[in-house]
Write a new protein. Structure first.
Length: 100
């Protein structure tokens, strides 16, 4: 599989978001669904609008605290490897594929 493109960026999960009042209020962590949604939105910006996006094998390695997280998305043909880092440590990873 040939690597075509790498995208780097940051996501910001707002610590003031009301979700954290109910999602582990004494130890707020970013829900996995918000992490996947952030990657989904990043992919929608770079893929053709009629692409069908399939999310595969997301793993949450460590709890993600609200705030800034860096990401790397690497393209291998129609597959994209997604990695999320907080304080330079890998906290989540997964794959996204698409079909035109």
């Amino acid at each position: 599989m040939t690597k075509n493109k790498t995208i780097n960026g940051s996501f910001f999960f707002d610590p003031q978001d009301p979700i954290y009042n109910v999602h582990f209020p004494s130890f707020p962590v970013v829900p996995g669904s918000l992490i996947i949604d952030a990657f989904f939105k990043a992919m929608k910006k770079i893929l053709p609008t009629n692409s069908k996006i399939i999310i595969k094998n997301f793993k949450f390695i460590k709890f993600v605290k609200p705030g800034s997280c860096d990401y790397i998305i690497e393209q291998f043909n129609t597959n994209w490897k997604c990695q999320l880092f907080q304080n330079e440590k890998l906290v989540a990873k997964g794959k996204i594929t698409y079909a035109a």
